[in-house]
Design a protein around this ligand. Structure first.
Ligand code: GLV
Ligand code: MN
Ligand code: MN
Length: 434
């Protein structure tokens, strides 16, 4: 039987408005200027984050989209469809930014999603399904030590009590502050269990994001379609040694926690490189991105060090075998240096696979615009990793200049952002029409 495709009105992405709004959002930061690009630090539930949230709400209000926030601050901007009882189609990303980051990570997906909805609405589209833009809380692990906090809670993969007890890692955090106290202060109350959305709540999820890697640019491809997302894991190590006077404590008597921590870091690097050499890939990556030294004085031998490890792989078993090798080294390091090394588990996630139907919808949108897109793996994690637990998902990637991200010189061109937004709009329109 022949089916009639719904007519999609011609629509325009307002590239200038999108660029202007990205630049305006980038001013909501409290970071020293950078010589190489726009530096942004916007940690969740800081005043910059609240300013950004209020500003976005204002933009959504202007369009008549309804706004709802859940107990962790995930915020849902909804354009009601002709049949509101049907599962909605959703898009979204994050606006929090790690310290001294750039202005495109996450923000392109939020403002691009809003622009896509506005453009379709202005063109007179009447979607059958509702379309929602979701601003997800704390995709970055800066404040609470675990990434994708909001989408984990939506997907029910993070226990609510554990989430509420996550300590506030901000350098000036109040003693005993946790997610529970910080979110309440931010005005997001109620049990975290209520953030959970059932599988099927959304009929599909599409996230627009910068690639954050070099492949699209290198291969001259205008866009990417993400077919899977590598599996991240996080651990914290606390190394306890014995402190003392930097002049008087003799070298043979030392149990320096920072020296032991250095060996742990190098062990992680060594086993990661060995895993890549064995697999003939570069799929295993590991980073110790923070190192807190106590008491942190130049003339005091470090007595306690805390490290945060971020380790990822397309193959979670290989990631775990690197961890096993590191643990074996740790036993030796702690014995030889007479220190204790405690490992704390933060998260160990599975890779996510895109939904075939969503990938196909993006491919069809690209074909309609005569765009050839690269199917690719995302090595960065995204909220889509967790939205995949409750809905079929896929992501649209746009090229990142020199593959740079999490730095002030992160850059994607206005044309690429507008193109990605156009493909997002076409995809959302298509998915919301059936
Ligand atoms: C996201 O910011 C990531 O670290 O992959
Ligand atoms: Mn990021
Ligand atoms: Mn991101």
């Amino acid at each position: 039987m022949a089916t009639t495709a719904p007519v999609l009105p011609a629509f325009e992405i307002d590239e200038a408005r999108l660029s202007r709004e990205l630049a305006e959002l980038a001013t909501m930061t409290s970071v020293e200027p950078s010589a190489v690009g726009t530096a942004v630090t916007r940690v969740v539930f800081t005043s910059d984050d609240h300013t950004a949230r209020a500003w976005l709400k204002g933009l959504a209000d202007e369009e008549g989209f309804s706004v709802r926030a859940d107990a962790v601050g995930n915020t849902f901007f909804r354009w009601e469809g002709a049949d509101p009882k049907l599962a909605a189609i959703a898009s979204g990303s994050h606006v929090d930014a790690i310290p001294h980051a750039g202005m495109y990570d996450g923000t392109v997906g939020v403002l691009g999603g809003l622009e896509a909805m506005r453009a379709l609405k202005a063109a007179g589209l009447k979607p059958l399904r509702s379309i929602e833009l979701v601003l997800l809380t704390s995709e970055e692990p800066t404040r609470f030590g675990i990434g994708c906090l909001g989408s984990r809670l939506i997907a029910g993969v993070l226990d609510a009590a554990r989430a509420d007890s996550l300590p506030d890692l901000m350098p000036k955090a109040e003693v005993g502050a946790t997610l529970a106290t910080v979110r309440a202060e931010a005005g997001f109350c109620g049990p975290l269990e209520s953030c959970r959305l059932e599988a099927g709540h959304y009929a599909g999820w599409v996230e627009l994001h910068i690639e954050q890697g070099p492949l699209l640019e290198r291969e001259g491809m205008p866009l990417g379609i993400v077919t899977s997302i590598a599996a991240p894991a996080g651990y914290r190590f606390t190394i306890e040694g014995v402190g003392g006077h930097a002049g008087a404590l003799l070298m043979p008597d030392r149990r320096d926690a920072l020296c032991a921590a250095s060996e742990v870091i190098l062990s992680i690097e060594r086993h990661t490189l060995a895993a890549n050499a064995a697999s003939g890939t570069n799929d295993t990556v590991a980073t110790v991105g923070t190192c807190d030294v106590h008491p942190g004085a130049v003339n005091s031998v470090p007595s306690r060090v805390t490290l945060q490890l971020d380790i990822r792989d397309t193959d979670p078993e290989r990631r775990e075998s690197v961890m096993q090798s590191v643990r074996a080294d740790i036993d030796g390091i702690s014995e030889r240096r007479a220190v204790t090394i405690k490992e704390e588990f933060v998260n160990a996630d599975a890779p996510a696979t895109s939904g075939a139907g969503i990938v196909q919808a993006i491919e069809e949108a690209c074909a309609a615009e005569k765009i050839v897109a690269k199917k690719m793996v995302s090595r960065a994690y995204h909220d889509s990793s967790f939205m995949a637990r409750i809905a079929p998902v896929a992501m649209i990637f746009i090229p990142s200049r020199n593959g740079v991200s999490h730095r002030p010189d992160e850059y994607s061109s206005p044309e690429s952002i507008a193109l990605g937004t156009r493909i997002l709009a076409l995809t959302l329109a298509k998915l919301a029409s059936a």
